[in-house]
Write a protein that binds this ligand. Structure first.
Ligand code: ADP
Ligand code: MG
Ligand code: MG
Length: 888
C-alpha cells in the first residue's frame, strides 16, 4: 500500500518532493528535538491523486489521514472535536518550492460552539478562545467555502467603530461571544444556506481538500509562472497541533531572517507581535515590533530563539526564514526555510558561509541565481524611489538597469539633445540598425513592440543599456511628436524613468544608485573561474565592446559582426555605393574605401584583446538592410556613382525580397559577389599582421563563414577566402596563421555536419537563426503570437531566450558529434543570444562545447552559469553528502 500520510517524526528534510518544503523541514526540526508542535503531512502524491481522480479523495488516503490523526491525538493527549480535552490544529499548505502566502492556511480547526467553551475554561481565558473561534470561522469560510473574507472584516470593523475601539485588542470576550460570532455564523448561513459545520472531522477533511484546490488558485498559478515552478508538482498539506500566540501578554508570534535578506549582513532581522496569531504580523493590522525589542520584552525567550535559529542556519548551512510563536512563555518554532534574498545579499551570504566553514566553494556558486548578478552590475533605482512611484506603463524587461531622461521619438533627435547636454531616452515603436547612434546616446530605451530578441532588446543588452520592449499600452505619433499611454498624450521631451530590470516605466526622474562591485564579488568570480570548464567569450563588434568584454573577464571574442561597423559615421554611404553599384569596378571602388575603415576597427579589436582569440564573421545580413530610405539619401549615392536618382532607386527596388531572412544573405552574398568577402578577409589579415608586429605577439585570426547549408557551398566560399588570405600574406610578406570555420545555423548544416567539418576548423552554433529555422518562427514577427503560445503553455519559454533543448538542442548535439567524428579536436562554440542564458549555458556544458559567447555585459553571468553547471555536476557526484545540495 502506498504511503500517503506521514507523521512529522517519520519524515526528513530530504523528502521535499513528497512532503513539500514546509513538511520536510517540520519533520527535520522534530527529529532535531526542537520545540515544534506535533502533526502529520499529507503528501504531494495525495494531492496529485486527488486531481487525477477528478477532484475526489479516495478512501485509502482518507483512512491514512484518520490513522495519523489518531496518533496525533495520542501524542497530544487531546481529541479533535472531543469534549474532555479538545485538540485544535492548523491545516497548512506546503509545496516543494516555497510559495509564501500563495496558498491557504487554516488555523484553530476543531473549534465549535461546544469546544470553544471548554478551551475557554481550560485556558482560563475566554477572550482568547472566542478570538480563536472567530478567526477560524473566517478562515474556514474563506478558504473552504470561498466566502469573501472582506465581509467578515466588515462586521468586525463595524463593531469596532460602533464601540469606539481602535485596535482588535480592544474587542472584549463579551463582544466576540455575544455579537461577533453570532454575526459571523449568520453570514455563513446566509452565504452557504447551511449552518457552520460543527463536526471537527468534517472541518478537517474539508480543509485538506481546500488546500489541494488552492494549488490551482490564480495567485498560485501566476507565482509558479513567474518563478518557473512546474504546475504538476502538487502541494502537501500539514496538519499540526495549534499553539497560541494570542493567549495574552506573555504570548506572541513573529517571523525572522537569520541574516539580512536585503544586504546579507549577519544580523538577525525580523518582527513580532505580542498577543497575536498567524498572519497578524504581516497583515499590517497592528504595527509589529523589531525583533531586537524581544530581547527587552522576553530576554529568556530571545536567548533561546537566537540559539535555535543560529542552530538551524548551521544545520541547513544557509540563511533561514523562520516563523515562531510564544505561548504563555514557551517558545515554538513553526517553520523554517531557506530565505529569499536579493542578489547582493545572496552574494555576501554565500561568501560569508564559505569563510565560516559552513559550505564549500562549489555550493557557494550555486547559491546565486546567475541572472541575479546582473542586479549587481547595473545602476538601479533606489528602493525608496520605487516605493513611492507608480509605473505608468509596463513591457518586457529586455535589458536591466535604470535610465532617466527626456523622452524623444527618433534616434536623430536623441543624439541631437544628447549633444546639447541633455539626458535622453529613446522611445519608439521599435528600433532598427539605423538607430544605433541614438541607442548609444540615450540613457535607456522604451519600445512599444518587439520581444526579448527584437533588435532593441539584443542591441541594448549588448550595450548594457537599460531597455523595455513590447510596452503595448504605449502608442506613438511620430508626426505629431507625441506619445500616448492610457489615453494621456505626452509631448516629446517629457521626463521619464525606465527600469529595465522590472520592465516598468515611470513619469519623472527617480533616484538612481550605482552598483558597487565589492571584494566578495571578485572572490566569488575567482572561484567560478577555477571550476568552470566552458570558456566564456564575448560578442563584440568594435574596439569599445572588446574593451568592455575584457573588463568583464571575457576569454576571447566569439563573434565579431562586421556589418555592425557599417552603420557608424559616413561609412554607410560607401556601403550603399557598394550595394547600388552596377559594375564590379564601381563595387570595388566602394569596397576599397570600406577596407580602410575595417582594417582600423580590426586593429583596435586585436589591440584590446592582446592575443586572445578573435572570431570575425564575414558579412551576414541581407543587403537591403543598408539601403537608403529617403530621396535625399538616394541622391547622395547617385551623385557618388554618377547616376540619376531614378537609376539608383530602380536598382534599390530590385534588392527588395519577400523573405529577406531566408534570402540573399550570408555566404550567398559571397557566391554572387566574392569581392565583398575578399575585401573583409584582406582587412582581417592585414590588421592581424600589423598588430602582431606592433605588439610582438602571434595573432591568429579566426574567420567565420555565416549561413552555410551545404558542403559544396563552404568549399566554394572558402576557396575564394583562402585565395584572398594568401594574396594578402604575400603582399605583406607574412607567414601569419589563421583558422577558417563556419556558423552552424541552418538545420541542414547540422544534419550534414560531418561533411562540413572536413572544411572547417571550428563550428559556432548560431542559435538565433538555428532556432528561427528549426521552428520556422520568424524572429522579427514572433511578437504577434508568442504571448499566446506562452500563456497557453504551448511553449514553456521563449525559445529565443532559452535554448529548446529537445529540438534545437538535439541538432546541436548531433552536429557536435558528427563534427567530432571527422575532426576529434574541432572547436565548438555558441554565439546566439543563448550564449548568455544560464539554462542554455548549462546545456552547452553538458554537450561539452568549448566556449559560449555572449554580449560583454553578460560575460559575468555566463562565467557564473558555466561554473554552476560544473559545480552542480560535482555536487551531484557527492549527493550522499546531503547537506551540500542547495534548496533550489
Ligand atoms: P504560509 O505558507 O503562507 O507562510 P503557514 O502555513 O506558514 O502559511 O501559516 C501561516 C501562519 O499561521 C504561520 O506563520 C503561523 O504564524 C500560523 N500557524 C500555522 N500553524 C500554526 C500552529 N500549529 N500553531 C500556531 N500558529 C500556526
Ligand atoms: Mg509560513
Ligand atoms: Mg545568423
Amino acid at each position: 500500500m502506498k504511503k500517503y500520510v506521514y507523521m512529522f517524526s517519520e519524515g526528513n528534510e530530504m523528502m521535499r518532493d513528497t512532503l513539500g518544503g514546509k513538511g520536510a523541514n517540520l519533520a527535520s526540526m522534530v527529529n532535531l528535538g526542537l520545540p515544534v508542535p506535533q502533526g502529520f503531512t499529507v503528501t504531494t502524491q495525495a494531492c496529485n491523486a486527488y486531481y487525477d481522480s477528478g477532484k475526489v479523495i479516495d478512501d485509502d488516503i482518507k483512512s491514512q489521514i484518520e490513522d495519523c490523526l489518531e496518533r496525533l491525538e495520542k501524542l497530544s493527549g487531546k481529541e479533535l472535536g472531543g469534549t474532555d480535552n479538545p485538540l485544535l490544529v492548523s491545516v497548512r499548505s506546503g509545496a516543494k518550492f516555497s510559495m509564501p502566502g500563495m496558498m491557504d492556511t487554516i488555523l484553530n480547526l476543531g473549534l465549535n460552539d461546544v469546544t470553544v467553551e471548554i478551551i475557554a475554561e481550560k485556558a482560563g481565558n475566554k477572550r482568547f478562545a472566542y478570538d480563536s473561534y472567530r478567526r477560524f470561522i473566517q478562515m474556514y469560510s474563506d478558504v473552504v467555502c470561498e466566502v469573501d473574507k472582506e465581509k467578515f472584516e466588515h462586521i468586525l470593523t463595524t463593531l469596532k467603530n460602533s464601540k469606539g475601539y481602535e485596535s482588535d485588542l480592544d474587542v472584549t470576550a463579551e463582544d466576540f461571544e455575544k455579537e461577533l460570532i453570532p454575526a459571523y455564523k449568520d453570514l455563513f448561513k446566509a452565504e452557504m444556506g447551511m449552518d457552520f459545520p460543527q463536526d471537527a472531522k468534517v472541518q478537517l477533511m474539508g480543509s485538506i481538500l481546500a488546500v489541494f484546490r488552492s494549488w490551482n488558485n490564480d495567485r498560485a498559478m501566476i507565482y509558479r509562472n513567474l518563478n518557473n515552478i512546474p504546475h504538476d508538482l502538487g502541494t502537501a498539506v500539514n496538519v499540526q497541533q495549534m499553539v497560541f500566540g494570542n493567549m495574552g501578554d506573555s504570548s506572541g508570534t513573529g517571523v525572522l531572517f537569520t541574516r539580512n535578506a536585503a544586504n546579507g549582513d549577519n544580523h538577525i532581522y525580523g518582527e513580532y507581535l505580542i498577543n497575536a496569531q498567524g498572519e497578524d504580523v504581516v497583515a499590517g493590522i497592528r504595527t509589529p515590533q523589531k525583533i531586537d525589542r524581544l530581547e527587552e520584552d522576553m530576554p529568556e525567550i530571545y536567548a533561546q530563539l537566537v540559539k535555535i535559529v543560529k542552530g538551524l542556519e548551521t544545520h541547513y548551512r544557509d540563511m533561514q526564514d523562520i516563523e515562531f510563536t510564544v505561548e504563555e512563555g514557551t517558545l515554538y518554532i513553526l517553520q523554517t526555510r531557506n530565505g529569499k534574498r536579493t542578489g547582493s545579499a545572496a552574494l555576501k551570504i554565500a561568501v560569508d558561509l564559505v569563510h565560516e566553514g559552513l559550505i564549500n566553494k562549489h555550493t557557494a556558486l550555486t547559491r546565486l541565481e546567475a541572472e541575479q548578478i546582473s542586479q549587481l552590475l547595473h545602476p538601479n533605482f533606489t528602493k525608496e524611489a520605487l516605493a513611492s512611484a507608480t509605473s505608468i506603463v509596463e513591457g518586457l524587461p529586455a535589458s536591466p538597469g535604470a535610465g532617466c531622461g527626456k523622452a524623444y521619438l527618433s534616434a536623430d533627435k536623441v543624439h541631437e539633445m544628447k549633444l546639447a547636454g541633455e539626458k535622453v531616452l529613446l522611445v519608439r515603436h521599435e528600433t532598427s540598425p539605423e538607430d544605433i547612434q541614438g541607442m548609444v546616446s540615450c540613457e535607456g530605451i522604451l519600445t512599444s513592440t518587439g520581444g526579448m530578441t527584437s533588435h532593441a532588446a539584443v542591441v541594448a543588452r549588448g550595450m548594457g543599456k537599460c531597455c523595455i520592449v513590447g510596452a503595448k499600452a504605449l502608442s506613438i505619433d511620430y508626426a505629431a511628436g507625441t506619445f500616448t499611454i492610457d489615453g494621456v498624450t505626452y509631448p516629446e521631451g517629457t521626463e521619464m524613468s525606465v527600469d529595465g530590470t522590472t520592465g516598468k516605466a515611470y513619469m519623472g526622474t527617480l533616484a538612481v544608485e550605482e552598483s558597487e562591485l565589492t571584494g566578495d564579488f571578485a572572490e566569488l568570480m575567482s572561484w567560478a573561474d577555477e571550476i568552470k570548464q566552458l570558456a566564456v567569450r564575448a560578442n563584440a563588434d568594435s574596439p569599445k565592446d572588446a574593451e568592455a568584454a575584457i573588463k568583464f573577464g571575457a576569454e576571447g571574442i566569439g563573434l565579431c559582426r562586421t556589418e555592425h561597423m557599417f552603420f557608424e559615421g559616413d561609412r554607410i554611404e560607401y556601403v550603399r555605393q557598394m550595394i547600388l553599384a552596377d559594375t564590379l569596378e564601381e563595387r570595388i571602388e566602394a569596397l576599397d574605401e570600406l577596407y580602410k575603415f575595417q582594417v582600423e576597427d580590426f586593429k583596435g579589436i586585436y589591440r584590446a584583446m592582446v592575443g586572445l582569440p578573435v572570431t570575425v564573421r564575414l558579412l551576414d545580413p541581407p543587403l537591403h538592410e543598408f539601403l537608403p530610405h529617403t530621396d535625399e539619401e538616394y541622391l547622395a549615392v547617385a551623385e557618388k556613382l554618377g547616376k540619376t536618382l531614378e537609376e539608383v532607386k530602380l536598382k534599390g527596388a530590385t534588392l527588395h525580397e519577400a523573405n529577406p531572412m531566408l534570402g540573399h544573405r550570408g555566404s550567398r552574398l559571397a557566391v554572387t559577389y566574392p569581392e565583398i568577402y575578399n575585401m573583409q578577409v584582406r582587412a582581417i589579415i592585414d590588421a592581424a599582421i600589423d598588430v602582431s608586429r606592433e605588439l610582438g605577439i602571434d595573432i591568429i585570426p579566426e574567420i567565420m563563414i555565416p549561413l552555410i547549408g551545404t558542403e559544396a557551398e563552404i568549399v566554394f566560399v572558402k576557396g575564394n577566402v583562402v585565395e584572398a588570405i594568401e594574396a594578402a600574406k604575400r603582399v605583406k610578406d607574412s607567414t601569419i596563421g589563421y583558422k577558417i570555420g563556419t556558423m552552424i545555423e541552418i538545420p541542414r548544416a547540422a544534419l550534414t555536419a560531418d561533411a562540413i567539418a572536413k572544411h572547417a576548423e571550428f563550428f559556432s552554433f548560431g542559435t538565433n537563426d538555428l532556432t528561427q529555422m528549426t521552428y520556422g518562427y520568424s524572429r522579427d514577427d514572433i511578437g504577434s503570437f508568442l504571448p499566446d503560445y506562452l500563456s497557453t503553455g504551448i511553449l514553456p519559454v521563449d525559445p529565443f531566450v532559452s535554448i529548446d533543448q529537445s529540438g534545437v538542442g538535439q541538432l546541436i548535439e548531433m552536429a557536435a558529434a558528427k563534427g567530432r567524428s571527422v575532426k576529434p579536436k574541432i572547436k565548438l562554440g555558441i554565439c546566439g543570444e543563448h550564449g548568455g542564458d544560464p539554462e542554455s549555458i548549462k546545456f552547452c556544458h553538458k554537450v561539452g562545447l568549448s566556449y559560449v559567447s555572449c554580449s560583454p555585459y553578460r560575460v559575468l553571468i555566463a562565467r557564473l552559469a558555466a561554473a554552476q553547471a560544473a559545480a552542480e555536476e560535482i555536487i551531484l557526484e557527492h549527493a550522499t553528502d546531503s547537506v551540500l545540495v542547495s534548496d533550489k
